[in-house]
Design a protein around this ligand. Sequence first.
Ligand SMILES: [Zn+2]
Length: 509
Amino acid sequence: MLLSTPKAAVLIDCGMFQGSKTLKALNYGAFPFDLSRVDALLVTHAHVDHTGLIPKLARAGFTKPIYATPATIALCGVLLPDAGAIQEMEVEALNRRNQRHGQKEVSPIYTKADAEQSLRLFVATPLGDWIDVAPGMRARWWNAGHILGAASIEIEVEGAGPSQRLLFSGDVGPGGRLFESDPEGPAGVDHVILESTYGDVERPALSRAERKSVFAAEIMAAHTAGGPLLIPAFAVERTQELIVDLLELIEANQAPPGPIFIDSPLAVRACDVFLRHGAVDGDAKTFSKLRESGWLKFTEGVDESRAIERVHGWHVIIAGSGMCDAGRVRHHLKRQLWRSEATVLLVGFQAPGTLGRFLQEGKTAVRIQGDEIRVAARVRNLGAYSGHADAQGLVRWVQARAPISGGVLLTHGEPENASGLRRRLIASNAAGAVIVAALDQMYELSPGALAVAEAPQAPRLNPAAVASFDWHNARSEFLAQLQQHLDAAPDDAARERLLARLCEGLEAP
Ligand SMILES: [Zn+2]
């Protein structure tokens, strides 16, 4: 988001588009604003959908300060160079393929060196302190209870009239988490810019003990099915929470003992950041003690990772990425998805168009690294570990900010969640105008009023193009179905007829 006044302009977060190929293509395009006008970047938290394009800013020549909490900076120090290295690797592989097919070379969005360059721009902002971030703008960070270092950012803006107070929620946590305290924020602001990830979803409020017992039931079911249990998880916080609960369950005889592979070099480095910056001291100590458990296997090298293939008997693999879009988890999925005795447990948000979402939707075949894989494994969902507030949590969070003299602008959610949250906020009377924000649209924020401004340029995507359809995966499903029909056919003559009919269909107008 770009916040612009006659005197200054600041960016709030600079994330990478995640999801369908159409959406991801936006990561390669030019920034839709004049970068030379931007005075600073204010970061809410380290998740890649909020920070993933920061190195691209540096590559484009941005040298202004980037403000974030110390823990967010530490996490970015691990995540951004990793993101750069992944892109260099992926583009290298893509270019080898393009060369073979006589296609043009492509260059990465940014490199590891760009990421390291961008890290030099970070300036640490402790929670609660007002900081002058640009002419006529000061800001302070509030704990958002979402992940380590995550914050909501309050910005006071001087204008022609009275100054205005804006609150950018970042991602809001659900409260009652193992490592995070409950979200906080100021009361009495002009406008709130609020995330809506789970804006129309209600989850039962579970205590930590209840959440653990739901997890235990999933583990037992995976064990009964014959195992192994594969958990795609984000390297920061989710992985650490799962480790703590899993080990406590084994200790209490509520989960079968067996090796737990943390197959992510990123998660291993994130664990170290966690130990240094752990929000809740007592729990950080619990975590460090548990990290020494004999069941935990941190596999840093590729050879160690490959060796997991040869493990027999019950074991658990936790690997990134959480939405199955990249990382080592894809290798494990390729190996396990076709096995009916294996279980894949999805514990986090799965963006439309990602492999994780296709699995969640029950697709019978998917495409991984160019191969069609039939899905026979048990695919299960566990919402209890979400790092996001649900619909009621978001409404309560807004109510705690009262009085809001202006309006609420909803961002960061799929259309049905954003519009669902809008309905709920209007019903709760928490604020005046409630508007669902659109990509590349501008809004005018004045004391007591929030309105849609005229668009300065055509949006980069029309909303219909953001749909989750991805023909690569549709093809995989089609091919899997075709194979099933061919296998079920009584004889070769029947197979020949089936294929002939399909070919006719391809020729038809
Ligand atoms: Zn987040």
